[in-house]
Design a protein around this ligand. Structure first.
Ligand code: PLP
Length: 455
């Protein structure tokens, strides 16, 4: 047997396949080993401090090492560490959390189904919608509409909904019937001479055309993040969601709001659909639901969907879908405590109150020679690095400047996410005005040092 390595980095390089990672590059550079976290900060195994400017993976709302979440998990572990929810079995934390989520979401939403990840939740949505349309005698109404650069997960179905090339290429995806519409990002996808309203009109005309060409009787649902996050933090153009909602309603196409990042106050409203003024039939919730202290996601959906599924479950004998960990008692208990903290400390209000400062901080980088666009909403945003500001020309080797920025950011004590050459920030919802000032100072230093490095 190979002896265990003394070095964590060596052991990582020898044993781990990392998600979303260039593994050959990783073999050369090794991992950044994070050892502990406190509030908005994390510390690596040499003791170096970083502000976690992305809240982990857009998810640690209440900050790191919140004792109340550890205590909630401990209490539940001692009382009922595991039980399932198959075959009418239930337990208090999953019941109370479903009740709480139905109360928090828009009035047409009436039921919750639990999974462990956002990807599983979106897979569940695909299957629920297919099951429902078969039950309603509409076996052809199965296609999904999604968007280029949308992110909905990485399982076979949710990865198909995702519209990012690196999540498809060589995985043989998409593997379900899905049509990816134009990305609603005006800066990159707006045509020369087109204003934002005309851009929206063009995207809505495209939606109408696709529905007419494919046939509304073949299209089950439209899925979208209210603000596209993991694809590069792109707020929708003005009037976009109102138009999408109007068109989908006219053609009996369900609207799925993937709130995995926008949910629980990220944009200053409880859910992103409220920020942009549309009412979904189905919502995907995860990440900030437990501040990612435990893996948990939920599908929230309307009563007509529930009624069709319930009728069919009686006809067939069951709703034959579910996971060992659906509604896991420790995860749901942690979610309840996490949501209680978000409410008691008014963290959604904090995001709304600090939006202006955070977005102004980002906008201050719009004049930087390397920045093509600074954008965002609530407490999420990005700066997009370009080779030529005037023409918006990207760097030739896309992602090199972003990767370099990440490395410099680490040296400056700031963790953000480089999505190609877009640098995304999404700090924990507990941030203070002073924290935002410090985040922007470290980001500014990073951009200034990057100017020399990419020249
Ligand atoms: N949907 C959205 C909008 C996401 O941002 C993500 C993850 O970032 C997912 C779904 C997938 O969630 P998970 O990584 O938990 O499978």
């Amino acid at each position: 047997m190979t002896p265990l390595s003394n070095s964590l980095a060596d052991a990582d390089i020898a044993n781990v396949l990392h998600p979303n990672t260039n593994m050959r590059q990783h073999e050369r550079t090794g991992p950044l080993v994070i050892d502990r976290g406190e509030g908005i900060r994390v510390y690596d195994n040499t003791g170096k401090e970083y502000i976690e400017g992305l809240a982990g993976l857009w998810s640690v709302a209440v900050g790191f090492s919140e004792p109340r979440l550890a205590e909630a998990a401990h209490r539940q572990m001692l009382k009922l560490p595991y039980y399932h929810t198959f075959s009418s079995k239930s337990h208090e934390p999953s019941i109370r959390l479903a009740e709480k989520l139905v109360e928090m979401t828009p009035p047409n939403i009436s039921r919750a189904f639990f999974t462990s990840s956002g990807s599983e939740a979106n897979d569940t949505i695909v299957k629920m919608v297919w099951y429902m349309n078969n039950a309603l005698g509409r076996p052809n109404k199965k296609k999904f509409l999604s968007r280029i650069k949308g992110y909905h997960g990485i399982t076979v179905a949710s990865g198909s909904l995702t519209g990012l090339p690196t999540n498809h290429r060589d995985f043989d995806l998409p593997a379900i019937p899905v049509h990816h519409l134009t990305c609603p990002h005006f800066y990159r996808f707006g045509a020369p001479g087109e204003d934002e309203a005309a851009f929206t009109a063009r995207l809505l005309a495209e939606l109408e055309t696709v529905i007419a060409t494919e046939g509304a009787d073949t299209i089950a649902a439209f899925i979208g993040e209210p603000l596209m996050a993991a694809g590069g933090v792109m707020p929708p153009p003005v009037g976009y969601w109102e138009g999408v909602e109007r068109i989908c309603r006219a053609h009996d196409i369900l609207i799925v709001s993937d709130e995995v990042i926008c949910g629980f106050g990220r944009l200053g409203t409880p859910f992103g659909c409220q920020k942009y003024g549309f009412t979904p039939d189905i919502m995907t919730l995860s990440k900030q639901i437990t501040s990612s202290y435990m893996p948990l996601a939920a599908v929230l959906f309307s009563d007509p969907i529930y009624q069709a599924i319930a009728d069919n479950s009686e006809k067939i004998g069951m709703f034959g879908h579910g996971y060992t960990a659906s509604g896991h008692p420790v995860a749901t208990a942690v979610a309840l405590e996490n949501l209680a903290i978000i409410e008691e400390r008014d963290l959604m209000g904090n995001a709304a109150r600090l939006e202006a400062q955070f977005q102004a901080g980002l906008q201050a980088f719009a004049d930087h020679p390397l920045v093509g666009e600074a954008r965002g909403a609530g407490l999420i945003g990005a700066v997009e690095l370009v080779a030529d500001k005037a023409t918006r020309k990207p760097f030739d080797k896309l992602g090199r400047a972003g990767a370099l920025a990440s490395t410099i950011g680490h040296e400056e004590g700031l963790i953000f996410r480089a999505i190609g050459d877009q640098l995304a920030l999404c700090p924990p919802l507990i941030v203070t005005p002073e924290d935002i000032t410090e985040i922007m100072t470290r980001m500014g230093r990073t951009l200034d040092r990057l100017t020399g490095a990419v020249a």
